[in-house]
Design a protein around this ligand. Structure first.
Ligand SMILES: *[C@@H]1O[C@H](CO)[C@@H](O)[C@H](O)[C@H]1NC(C)=O
Ligand SMILES: *[C@@H]1O[C@H](CO)[C@@H](O)[C@H](O)[C@H]1NC(C)=O
Ligand SMILES: *[C@@H]1O[C@H](CO)[C@@H](O)[C@H](O)[C@H]1NC(C)=O
Length: 554
């Protein structure tokens, strides 16, 4: 052989080794290590890393091809060996599946917190300037006292989304949604057909929510707001994982447009009092922007960019967990005639003819509405809950320890569909399979009355009654980020959902145009580990105004 041929032959065999033999070898070794560690009796182990082909790259490429599907695959393949580690880029994630482990993490709210993720989101997704990140990081690590004004907190202050301020926000939402729907010219007798109810209501509810939270000015100035926001939101994890611009350029463009317009809006807001309200409230006496701004004044190097980033953060926190479940509650109410009827009757009892509005606190407190909300969260939302240690290693139990440089991740669907865990926590919850939607799943029934016993005998569908309770189920039900204190956006989501149902069910009549088609459109479970869940195809719906004491003919 000539030297050049020899060289080629060598190169080929080297390439062969590099691209086939070597990865297989690595895969073999990492698989062996994985199971050895899984089965090891050692105490305080760091969870094993899921087998991979290429060192350095680890699971990066597979994750990049779509994290929700990748994690679903990993859960199927290695689920029984949890906890285990997945490495995506510079991030190591410990996937936690055990209810006791989940509970331990969620309860250790000072030790395992979402703050590191929030700071990362501000950095990678909201593009906040470094000065702002340093400030938030100082607050996060406790080296800067977060004063009681709650101004520079990382999340929307709890106080604005609970109690009286929440009810005034939900009244504003109800009025906005009602007014804008009535502008659609739906008729009393004639049905109007809506081709794609999901996108129709997605748009309407999003617009009403944005207007409720940020006031009407921002959307007048920036009509693309809703569209850009959802483009941004649907790529949120891509930002968090640090995907470069070329992988999702339209998301980056939408994000930059959002920030630019929010900045303009905040500048304009300085001149007009109305826009200053960061989160609008009915009586206007709470103005969180003022609070927030006063903190930024204390740190003059925080410029408009920092404030726009924070505004986008709040927008994301309050919208992404609110709109999809609200849409699902409409779909689920319409899928079951008995449920639709019960909700309609019960909610119309809360209508006050004098003020022409609903007692939203009472609607929100109805056990059936609460249970419906919880069930939508369980089956129709798939969240990933991420925590990271603020103070050293975290012991899951005697066997497993999460080191401080790793992130813990739990998937709400993974826990929500685990029949064994639910059966143990409260046997009644699995009277209907967890893969099915059952609005009454979280009700604890009273003794059935005579009518219900009769109905049961007749096999007509009756909607169960009882007391709503989540007792003992907290760690299995984490669509709103788990931990009651942290899931502030949950209360807002509940309020929007209840108000939307109140308007749609009692002031309109709705029905699916092709009910069988709706069943076909329901998404399968366990195909993705997390992410937005929506119908597989368009759902057609008919709508007309209801003639009832609740609505005055106009
Ligand atoms: C720790 O692992 C051992 C077996 O290696 C097992 O018997 C024990 O139940 C585990 N402890 C916990 C808390 O799961
Ligand atoms: C809250 O803000 C007010 C006015 O901005 C200030 O006077 C007060 O000291 C702050 N409270 C705390 C606890 O820092
Ligand atoms: C609602 O309707 C009003 C009046 O027609 C309009 O000015 C406003 O922009 C609409 N808002 C939304 C959120 O669609």
């Amino acid at each position: 052989m000539f030297p050049s041929e020899l060289l080629t032959a060598n190169a080929i065999s080297a390439a062969l080794f590099l691209f086939t033999v070597f990865p297989v070898l690595v895969y073999y070794i990492t698989t062996t290590l994985f199971y050895r560690k899984t089965n090891s009796k050692l105490l305080s182990k760091i969870p094993p890393t899921v087998p991979y082909w290429v060192p350095g790259l680890f699971h990066g490429l597979s994750v990049a091809s779509g994290p929700p599907a990748y994690f679903a695959k990993v859960l199927k393949q290695y689920g029984s060996s949890a906890p285990f580690v997945v490495k995506a880029g510079s991030i190591s994630l410990v996937v936690v599946r055990d209810a006791k482990h989940a509970q331990k993490i969620l309860q250790a709210s000072a030790h395992m917190t979402p703050k590191a993720l929030q700071v990362r989101a501000l950095d990678k997704a909201m593009d906040a300037p470094i000065e702002a990140l340093l400030l938030y990081d100082m607050i996060r690590t406790g080296s800067l006292e977060d004063d009681h004004n709650h101004s520079a907190r990382l999340v929307v202050p709890h106080k604005y989304l609970t109690g009286p301020s929440l009810s005034s926000i939900s009244d504003v939402y109800l009025a906005t949604f009602r007014r804008n729907l009535s502008n659609k010219m739906f008729q009393f007798k004639t049905w109007t057909e809506i081709e794609d109810m999901w996108s129709f209501f997605h748009n309407e509810i999003s617009k009403a929510v944005m207007e409720t939270l940020f006031g009407p000015a921002v959307m007048k100035q920036y009509p693309r707001l809703v569209r850009d926001f959802w483009e941004f939101d649907s790529n949120f994890d891509g930002f968090i994982l640090g995907y470069p611009q070329f992988m999702m350029s339209s998301a980056y463009t939408a994000r930059d447009r959002l920030l630019g317009n929010l900045w303009d809006w905040l500048l304009a807001a300085k001149e007009s009092k109305e826009g200053l309200e960061f989160i609008r409230t009915g009586d206007g006496d709470l103005a969180p922007t003022d609070d927030r701004d006063s903190v930024f004044v204390k740190f003059p190097y925080l410029d408009g960019q920092a404030r726009a980033a924070k505004a986008l953060g709040n927008m994301q926190e309050l919208n992404s967990n609110t709109i999809p479940p609200t849409l699902w509650s409409i779909v689920e109410a319409l899928r079951r005639p008995a449920l639709l009827k019960r909700l309609t009757v019960d909610i119309s009892h809360q209508f006050d003819a004098r003020s022409e509005t609903y007692n939203m606190a009472a609607v929100g407190a109805m056990p059936l509405v609460q249970s419906l909300h919880a069930e939508v969260g369980r089956l129709r939302m798939a969240a990933r809950v991420v925590r990271r240690s603020e103070e050293g290693d975290f012991k899951l139990d005697e066997n497993w320890t999460i080191p401080s440089n790793m992130w813990a991740v739990m998937f709400s669907h993974d826990l929500a569909l685990n029949t064994k865990l639910w059966a143990k926590a409260r046997p009644r919850t699995i009277e209907k399979p967890l893969e099915e939607f059952w609005a009454e799943r979280f009700l604890i029934p009273e003794k059935p009355n005579q009518y219900q016993r009769y109905a049961k005998k007749q096999e007509t569908d009756t909607v169960g009654t009882g007391r709503f309770s989540m007792e003992g189920l907290d760690a299995l039900h984490i669509p709103f980020e788990g931990g009651l204190k942290l899931g502030t956006s949950r209360y807002f989501a509940e309020a929007v959902q209840a108000a939307t149902l109140a308007i749609l069910l009692t002031e309109y009549e709705l029905e699916f145009s092709e009910p069988e088609d709706v069943e076909q459109a329901l998404p399968p479970v366990r195909e993705i580990a997390y992410g937005s869940i929506k119908p597989l195809h368009k759902i057609r719906l008919r709508i007309r105004k209801r003639e009832s004491p609740n609505t005055k003919r106009s």
